[in-house]
Design a protein. Structure first.
Length: 101
């Protein structure tokens, strides 16, 4: 089952396909585990370098999840037969993409 990605113009919804949804959920779960590890490392006073390396891994996993959602939404958007609606949806996706950059 596809999950909503972003509200499209005029009340429509751009959806992520089932494969993208699974991939994003898996990345987010992995990031959650990595973040838990970073929190433990900080609380235990562990060395800076491995803690920051783990934090960088969390950041990358979150970014990849966002880019996967945007990519899936863009593919769905390009399939829209309505030119005006497609242009508005692309504009919204561009704004979301730039928020990650």
């Amino acid at each position: 089952m596809a999950a909503p990605l972003i509200a499209a113009p005029q009340g429509g919804v751009i959806v992520a396909d089932a494969e993208s949804t699974r991939a994003v959920a898996n990345r987010l779960k992995r990031a959650r585990g990595q973040l838990d590890a970073v929190i433990r490392m900080v609380e235990e006073g562990r060395e800076c370098e491995p803690t920051v390396m783990q934090l960088a891994a969390v950041t990358k996993a979150l970014d990849r999840a966002g880019y996967t959602l945007i990519s899936s939404g863009l593919r769905e958007c390009m399939d829209s037969p309505d030119e005006e609606q497609r242009a508005e949806a692309i504009q919204k996706l561009e704004k979301v993409f730039l928020s990650l950059a």
